[in-house]
Design a protein around this ligand. Sequence first.
Ligand code: ADP
Length: 221
Amino acid sequence: MITLENICKIYDRNCVEALRNVSLAVAGGDYLSVTGASGSGKSTLMHILGLLDAPTSGRYLLDGQDVSALTSDERAALRGQAIGFIFQSFRLLQDLSALENVALPLAFQGVPERERLARARRLLDAVGLADRAPHRPRELSGGQQQRVAIARALAAGPRVLLADEPTAGLDPAACRDTLALFDRLHADGHTIILITHDPAAAARAARRVTIHAGQLKEEPH
Ligand code: ADP
């Protein structure tokens, strides 16, 4: 599903080689964690995988399509349907209900309102939050907000879920719930890439890679 071949990323501003010859193959249904110290290149890798940025050199194939040289508009269009993002800070819209937050990506896909609300309701149900549908994010706990964000990430039927430190701001119970939800999504066949500094979270993934000074290494399981 995802193939990176010799990806390099050099930021012009300071000539830092943030990724050095990174090659990686992620199959459909894989659950992969990426760990590394601060400054090792995790965000850079996530930005490239998530079609937020283009590599300086190397090839990125997404479902066989070479996406390394797309324009930023082409990347944005593909990103909306291909990638489900989950962030540490949830990034929910505070003026929308949980249900409306989950339905929002479907509005960008042109799905009619009735259908997108019905789909959002099913997704909230799937993450155990059907009864919280009308609530605003501030009326929810951190763990509940993250589950809303996960439901939103799933809404457009993405090919891959890309989670950036999704448990970093959560209390231990919410952290366990979130990781249990990832386990369930993995069992259901979703493809998950989990970027985390938490070794316990990383160990839950079926495949683990570490990144040091822009170089990727897969750990034996
Ligand atoms: P991590 O997410 O693991 O903390 P990053 O990918 O953010 O690592 O950073 C990798 C390297 O690239 C660091 O040396 C960082 O200073 C540099 N870097 C990251 N983003 C930029 C940018 N937009 N411009 C210039 N340098 C950057």
